[in-house]
Design a binder for this molecule. Structure first.
Ligand code: PEP
Ligand code: MG
Length: 594
């Protein structure tokens, strides 16, 4: 038995075995708190200044060395650099040290606590995120004050990186070739560490609460990114067992990647398109390497975040043109801005909404901020001249929104025409179906658009009434809930009866237990995270349409999630034993919640 076995959230698949290297440990409860003599106050302020300067110098250095695959994460470092210069943090800490005559570590902690108190009164996710950044930046300074800053560059050989939390600067600053696996005390499914680990294909587990007690530098560690486990100093038997699993996973991975350029066609000849969801044009090479047949969802929020000014039409046009030209002749669907809920723009400041997910989000936000929307529409239209671009509107609840959005698009087209700027007048225009209202009137909406894309992340949130960002209710996030399956089927049928294309771009598209059911519905395309494409394509290629239709029929007769889960597990495990042994932990056969 391993000396310690701790569990967390698996966020990047794979197995890694190696020696532990702690990048940092939690500071809470460890910071020295001392009163200092009046004469010593200046030297505490000097220590603080020196630590801020050191932190800044290190970030500037990291900024210079950002590897190409992480280029688009540079802006996070910029925002941390800005915070290091912010008088609300630095100046406030200096004042506190001076007025209370306390040591630098304590002064900075108090300054952060004060800021937190002010922000706590504002119930806004944007502010919460910024506060988290302030804490990250302050901890970087405090680690320096404690003299605990590790020279990560000096790390010898490859290692498993362990940390209380990994700041983007830490991750980017590490030589990515040297990271075998990652485990952190903090972090959730959508944490920055997870996104980076997945981008780099490094096995990772986050939210491992007792990690810092369980492991030390130099311990032999296994990261199980499939089941979310960290084994510290494993015994021989565990090492052999994990070495086998690692080989099996790597063999499986190599074989699916080898066949990923083949079409997603079932044994009996049913063809489905498998596209990719991306946020950055830099991901296009990963899309192509993993057999993506195009981009089914390009999320456009990222160029609006972490900046105080709005992007210009030219800036957006360059971005979309580059995207379309690089992926051509494959297709790309650009989604108009889905701002609001958990994503806010500094430009508009925090919005005080009691229920942001039910608030001024997505198309509602765009129809309120028409100039901004028009700028984006013009940029997308101009990029459409490449010929492979489609556009879709998020969070549509009814016909009026589609008509308003289309009327603004017509205005933009007229302007471009008058200016002699080319665009594709036939560019397909679709909508995301992600609200229960849109499902119910799908056959009406289908008359108005060229395609549907079902957004199950939000459809599940709004249909089952569960906040998708709230861990407390994540057990109710059930894609195989009878209500969800019936909703998806209703939308697919409505699209097909009207003769328009229908795709699905929520996380459900990368769930091997759901895809055969979607195939049974004869969905035209699915769009998913690029790294999951090879595994899903393999499942499609090994399936028979007849069996998928059969499975769907049986599933639609079931009355509870538990029953559906059991049926799906049995049927799908029988058909794809190899594929699914790696996904076993994904399926919860719990009967709770319907
Ligand atoms: C969805 O809601 O399923 C979706 C794909 O969009 P997002 O996750 O960006 O809301
Ligand atoms: Mg959505």
């Amino acid at each position: 038995m391993a000396q310690n076995l701790v569990a967390g959230i698996p966020i990047s698949t794979g197995i890694a075995v190696g020696r532990a290297f702690f990048v940092n440990r939690g500071l809470r409860g460890r910071l020295p708190r001392r009163m200092v003599r009046k004469e010593a106050v200046q030297s505490e302020i000097d220590r603080l200044r020196a630590a801020f300067a050191e932190a800044e110098a290190q970030l500037l250095d990291v900024r210079e060395r950002v590897p190409p695959e992480l280029k688009d994460h540079k802006h996070i470092i910029d925002s941390h650099l800005m915070m290091l210069k912010d008088p609300n943090l630095f100046g406030a800490a200096e004042k506190i040290i001076g007025s209370l005559a306390i040591n630098a570590e304590w002064g900075l902690e108090k300054a952060v606590d004060e800021l937190e108190k002010v922000f706590a009164a504002i119930n806004d996710p944007y502010i919460r995120d910024r506060m988290q950044d302030v804490r990250i930046v302050a901890e970087q300074v405090q680690t320096r004050l404690l003299g605990e800053r590790k020279d990560i560059q000096a790390m010898e050989g490859r290692a498993i990186i362990l940390a209380h939390d990994l700041t983007p600067g830490d991750t980017i600053g590490l030589n990515v070739q040297k990271i075998m696996g990652i485990a952190t005390t903090l972090g959730g499914k959508t944490s920055h560490t997870g996104i980076l680990a997945r981008t780099l294909g490094i096995p990772a587990v986050v939210g491992v609460e007792s990690l810092e007690d369980a492991a030390h530098d130099g311990d032999l560690v296994i990261i199980d990114g499939l089941k979310g486990k960290v084994l510290v100093n494993p015994d021989e038997e565990e090492l052999t067992q994990y070495a086998d699993l690692q080989h099996q996973f790597e063999d499986y991975h190599t074989s699916i990647v080898r066949s990923c350029q083949l079409p997603a066609e079932t044994i009996d000849g049913y063809r489905m398109q498998v596209l990719a969801n991306i946020e950055l044009a830099e991901e296009l090479s990963t899309v192509i390497d993993n057999g993506g047949e195009g981009v089914g969802l390009y999320r456009t929020e990222y160029s609006f975040l972490n900046r105080t000014t709005l992007p210009s039409e030219e800036e957006l046009y360059e971005e979309y043109l580059n995207l379309a030209a690089t992926i051509a002749p494959r297709r790309v669907t650009i989604r108009t801005l889905d701002m609001g809920a958990d994503k806010f723009m500094s430009h508009f400041g925090p919005v005080d909404e009691p229920n942001p997910a039910l608030g001024l989000r997505a198309i509602r936000f765009c129809l309120r901020h028409r100039e901004l929307f028009k700028t984006q529409l013009r940029a997308i239209l101009r990029a459409s001249r490449v010929g492979n671009v489609s556009m879709m509107f998020p969070m549509i609840s009814g016909l009026k929104e589609i008509r308003r959005a289309k009327s603004l698009m017509a205005d933009a087209q007229a302007e471009l025409k008058a200016q002699g700027l080319p665009f594709n007048a036939q560019m397909p225009v679709g909508i995301m179906v992600e609200l229960p209202a849109a499902v119910m009137i799908a056959e009406i909406l289908a008359q108005e658009v060229d395609f549907f894309s079902i957004g199950t992340n939000d459809l599940i949130q709004y249909s089952l009434g569960i906040d998708r960002t709230n861990q407390q209710v994540s057990y109710l996030y059930q894609p195989l809930h009878p209500a969800i399956l019936r909703s998806i089927k209703q939308v697919v049928d409505a699209a097909h009866q009207t003769g328009i294309e229908v795709s699905l771009c929520g996380e459900v598209a990368s769930d091997p237990f759901c895809v055969p059911i979607l195939m049974g519905m004869q969905i035209d395309c699915i769009s998913l995270t690029p790294k999951a494409i090879p595994g899903i394509k393999r499942i499609v290629r090994q399936a028979r349409m007849e069996e998928c239709v059969n499975l769907l029929k049986q599933v639609l007769h079931c009355r509870t999630v538990g029953r559906i889960n059991r049926l799906v597990t049995d049927t799908i495990f029988q058909s794809f034993p190899e594929e699914l042994s790696f996904y076993a932990s994904l399926l919860d056969t719990d009967d709770m919640g319907g």
